[in-house]
Design a protein around this ligand. Structure first.
Ligand code: URA
Length: 208
């Protein structure tokens, strides 16, 4: 597994703003989109292109276009939706596959309640979106689902990741690459990332 910590100055600056205690919903939402856009730029560096010849203003011209089926993005409900617009700004033709989990309060395991994919998943690169990679349980369950659906190239984009989460995902799915703006210190005893961002879903949706 390759773990890419994107330390571009714009990413660091924007993530720093997101950590402020009393940040408004609007600012948090805007920044989540902006950081997601920058992570997308990094996570798509290696997608394949193919050459085409088109009619340009001064005759034939060779251009490069992205090869194969369109990328699918996979926001994990609900907080992953907060990264979706930023990613779609750069990949407007991406297909959106959506996955939803709730947590079983007895087993603490993620239970799937929604999964709707694009067609031909075996031919697409999937970019999973979740602001926080915390314990890694939901991410592992999402990757399991995507692989069952035939997906062969999977990457995950996270605003912040915890070392504990990265290590469990790496053991189960070493073929999945991770792109994050920061690897923070640790998880607290209820699974929140420290120093982290707090509850990213609540901050994006303006709920408590
Ligand atoms: N989910 C969040 O929203 N925040 C965390 O710190 C961990 C999981």
């Amino acid at each position: 597994m390759a773990v890419h910590v994107e330390d571009h100055p714009l990413i660091k600056h924007k993530l720093g703003l997101m950590r402020q205690k009393d940040i408004s919903t609007k600012d948090f939402r805007d920044l989540a989109s902006e950081v997601a856009r920058l992570l997308t730029y990094e996570a798509t560096q290696d997608i394949e292109t193919e050459q085409k010849v088109i009619e340009g203003w001064a005759g034939e011209v060779k251009i490069e276009t992205i090869k194969g089926k369109k990328i699918t993005i996979v926001p994990i409900l609900r907080a992953g939706l907060g990264m979706m617009d930023g990613v779609l700004d750069l990949i407007p033709s991406a297909k959106v596959s959506v996955v939803g989990f709730y947590r079983n309060e007895e087993t603490l395991k993620p239970v799937q309640y929604y999964f709707k994919t694009a067609s031909a998943m075996e031919e697409r690169t999937a970019l999973i979106l979740d602001p926080m990679l915390a314990t890694g349980g939901t991410l592992i369950a999402t990757i399991d689902l995507l692989k069952e659906a035939g997906c062969q190239r999977i990457k995950g984009l996270f605003l912040v990741a915890a070392p504990e989460g990265i290590s469990v995902v790496e053991k189960k799915h070493p073929d999945v690459d991770i792109y994050t703006a920061s690897i923070d210190a640790c998880l607290n005893d209820v699974g929140y990332i420290l120093p982290g961002l707090g509850d990213a879903g609540d901050k994006i949706f303006g709920t408590k």
